[in-house]
Write a protein that binds this ligand. Structure first.
Ligand SMILES: Cc1ncc(COP(=O)(O)O)c(C=O)c1O
Length: 383
């Protein structure tokens, strides 16, 4: 059997149609979109068609989308592009490192920061965001869906608070795109980050929605690409692949793909809860994206469980892929009140539309037994 990939929050397999359009751009369709001859104009047309696809996924206008190198650059651009000396930023303790790693350099500007903590459920209380605001608050940045737990945040309520108080509002929607319908107007955000490789597009390309009139300074300086908002020759193949992935992500919301993933996750949750004692679903009581399941399994270290499943050809993770080299327990689970030990006994299973019912069957047929063996001997390598 081909390996079973249940780590779709880390990255996703590019769709065949994404590979096809990218290959065409990297072969006969190459060109610099700034050139005025036919090859350049055709590259420009492809980029603008992809921009329209990404805009449609968000309910935005194409002129409000800039392409970046990924979710990280989009997040960095939002924060550094809006916050300057003397400003105050409100964000949360459960953001991705693409946000949290900006806080120290921002402090040097100096930008003061308030980190709002989640409830034990993983949800941010919008009233805590309101209470954190000061007359100096320039920007609120709260993620739409958490990458480790899948917990959805009350973005529309926070958007209303931003509108009432006249504060700019950014949301990192990298883990929400393609899993829930996104409408920037309804969410009330001025900035929104996306990444292609989380929606079956290529790695190394992302987008930032910038609502018309938002005063965002560019992070990458150079030529006049992206109307002066992000310099550098456009990643033509990446952008075109992203456009195709965005179309497919939009289709998936209505063609049954998302509903199928939700059913698979429900089945996994029910069966694991029925057959494994001492199991807790983190964020299990609040709205989550359809594909993500974060489990604490008492007495079973995540690294031992991941290794045992890997030997059976199944890939799952212990949380954020970018922290996988770190020994520190998950900052998200710790912020939700789990002890370091509980956080180290937590794994993330993230499903995707390229999984199959047979893969779910196989996973369920071995998971409970694997857990039982590890509880007897966590160092066992024979499972
Ligand atoms: C919530 C969130 N934000 C940002 C990123 C970074 O995106 P990229 O890998 O495209 O830089 C990730 C990637 O895991 C993520 O999950």
């Amino acid at each position: 059997m081909r390996g079973i990939y249940f780590d779709n929050n880390a990255t996703t397999r590019p769709l065949p149609e994404v590979l096809d359009v990218m290959t065409a751009c990297l072969t006969d369709g190459f060109g610099n979109a700034s050139a005025v001859y036919r090859r350049g104009r055709e590259a420009r047309e492809r980029i603008e068609a992809a921009r329209a696809s990404v805009a449609r996924l968000l309910g935005a206008s194409p002129s409000e989308i800039i392409f970046t190198s990924g979710g990280t650059e989009s997040d960095n651009t939002a924060l550094f592009g809006l916050c300057g000396p003397g400003d105050h930023l409100v964000t949360t303790a459960i953001e991705h490192d693409a946000i949290l790693s900006c806080l120290r350099p921002l402090a040097e500007r100096p930008v003061s920061v308030t980190l709002v903590r989640p409830a034990p459920s993983g949800r941010i209380d919008p009233e805590d965001v309101r209470r954190a605001l000061t007359p100096q608050t320039r920007l609120i940045s709260v993620m739409t869906a958490n990458n480790e737990t899948g917990v959805l945040q009350p973005i529309e309520d926070i958007g209303r608070i931003a509108a009432e108080t006249g504060v700019w509002f950014h949301t990192d929607a990298v883990q929400a795109a393609g899993k829930i319908a996104i409408d920037v107007g309804r969410m009330g955000c001025h900035l929104l980050s996306l990444s292609a490789h989380k929606i079956h597009g290529p790695q190394g390309i992302g987008a930032l929605y910038i609502k018309r009139g938002s005063p965002v300074r560019p992070l990458v300086l150079g030529g006049h690409q992206e109307r002066g908002r992000r310099a550098g020759t456009e990643n033509l193949a990446g952008i075109v692949g992203f456009g195709r992935a965005a179309d497919a992500a939009r289709d998936g919301l209505s063609d049954g793909a998302v509903a199928r993933i939700a059913e698979w996750r429900l089945r996994v949750e029910r069966e694991l809860c029925a057959h494994i004692d001492g199991l807790v679903i983190n964020g299990g009581d609040v709205p989550r994206v359809c594909n993500t399941l974060n489990l604490t399994i008492d007495g079973v270290p995540a690294d031992a469980l991941m290794a045992a499943l890997d030997r059976r050809g199944i890939s799952i993770s212990a949380g954020s892929a970018c922290r996988s080299g770190s020994k520190a327990p998950s900052h998200v689970l710790r912020a939700m009140g789990l002890s370091p030990r509980q956080a180290r006994c937590s794994v993330r299973i993230s499903l995707g539309k390229l999984n199959s019912g047979e893969e779910i069957d196989y996973f369920l047929s071995i998971f409970a037994e694997t857990v039982r063996c590890l509880r007897k001997d966590p160092r066992s390598t024979t499972i």
